[in-house]
Design a protein around this ligand. Structure first.
Ligand code: KG4
Ligand code: ZN
Length: 335
């Protein structure tokens, strides 16, 4: 049978990404042009600047991906693109190019939800079995999802305020560490004592799978403010380790509780924060202890990339879920 080669484009935030994925599994090319250094000076992503850099970077990146995959445009079975959620201007750059490309080679256009993409990063390297519980932890989202089969997502819990990655980024900013904060806190936390400071953990109402990180973020800011006022020495490594422990404990506890309530054996974790070494370790420990099968993508597939979009698109394509040329982009879009 002829191979299904999907060219995928991802421009929802500050990574310009293009990938070519065969049969939802084999990554023939996975190119990511990070804009981190450009946005770093502003302390966060500037949407208009992100759009302009996508515009500049996308076409050369497509050429590179085709070269790396040893593919001609005619070999492509379908063009996939993230059409939400994300920064609307950034999304529209990828979407416009994907439409033009699909039209010019007369191949289907497949719209992909960015969050579905994160989940499907797990299906590139592993073979998760349904039913499963998925935790998505990124810069914009913290979602607990139950899946009985492919492409069916039941939201079990969501954040009521800040996303996990957002909390990492805001605490890092308060500590003067720079952007993006997650990897910087992760590194410092490894040298600190997670039990040094007791920061709050919001478990919310009994049986709730929702999350809340704004109280924890405020507690860290208050701790820094009060310590400074009292002239006390702040050990940044301990603040990072203690903050990270609170986030990790809540994420792991709620995910495991949700998996038990749904009676599933399979847990998958996805999104930028799943690159966190403390989170990965905690999930590995609890899943080994409690007998769950665990899947977390390799580091490069945790943060934004287009291979995950190409993988999700394969299942959408097989299900006949292709889009038209009037396809739109959406800043917020449910799974
Ligand atoms: O999935 P992603 O690349 O983009 C979104 O869809 O938002 O996630 C980016 C988020 C940022 O908040 C970043 O600080 C966080 O993921 N992140 C981490 C780590 N690496 C990235 N957070 C904690 N520890 C890390 N190692
Ligand atoms: Zn993402």
């Amino acid at each position: 049978m002829e191979k299904c080669k999907i060219l995928a484009i991802e421009t929802s935030c500050d990574e310009t990404a293009v990938a070519i994925v065969e049969d939802g599994k084999k990554i023939l090319a996975n190119k990511v042009l990070s804009q981190i250094d450009i946005h770093k000076v502003f302390g966060g992503v500037v949407p208009e600047v992100a759009s302009r850099h996508h515009l500049e970077g996308l076409l050369p990146l497509i050429d590179e991906a085709l070269r790396e995959a040893k593919c001609q445009l005619e070999d492509i079975t379908a063009v996939a693109v993230t059409n939400g959620p994300g920064l609307i201007g950034a999304l529209l750059v990828g979407l416009s190019l994907a439409k033009a490309l699909a039209y010019s080679i007369n191949k289907p256009l497949i719209p992909v939800n960015h969050l579905a993409g994160h989940i499907y990063a797990n299906f590139l390297e592993n073979d998760p079995k349904f039913p499963l519980v998925a935790l998505i932890v990124s810069g914009g989202h913290t979602d607990l999802i139950y899946m009985e089969r492919h492409l069916e997502f039941e939201i079990m819990g969501q954040t009521r305020d800040d996303a996990a990655g957002e909390a990492f980024d805001k605490v890092a900013r308060a500590l003067g560490l720079g952007y993006p904060g997650g990897p910087l806190i992760d590194k410092l936390a490894a040298k600190g004592d997670p039990l040094a400071i007791e920061f709050p953990k919001a478990y919310l109402e009994k049986n709730s799978f929702d999350f809340s990180f704004s109280g924890l973020k405020s507690a860290v800011l208050n701790y820094l403010h009060n310590s400074k006022q009292r002239g006390e020495n702040i050990k940044i490594e301990d603040v990072c380790a203690s903050f990270q422990k609170s986030v990790v404990d809540i994420l792991v506890d709620k995910t495991v509780e949700c998996a038990k309530e749904k009676g599933v054996k399979e847990i998958i974790v996805a999104g930028g924060v799943s690159a966190n070494s403390g989170l990965r370790r905690a999930f590995e420990e609890v899943c080994t202890r409690e007998g769950f099968n665990l899947s977390i993508p390799s580091l490069s597939l945790c943060t934004d990339n287009a291979a995950m979009i190409g993988c999700a698109a394969y299942y959408l394509y097989k299900a006949g879920r292709v889009g038209d040329l009037d396809l739109n982009g959406y800043a917020s879009m449910p799974l």
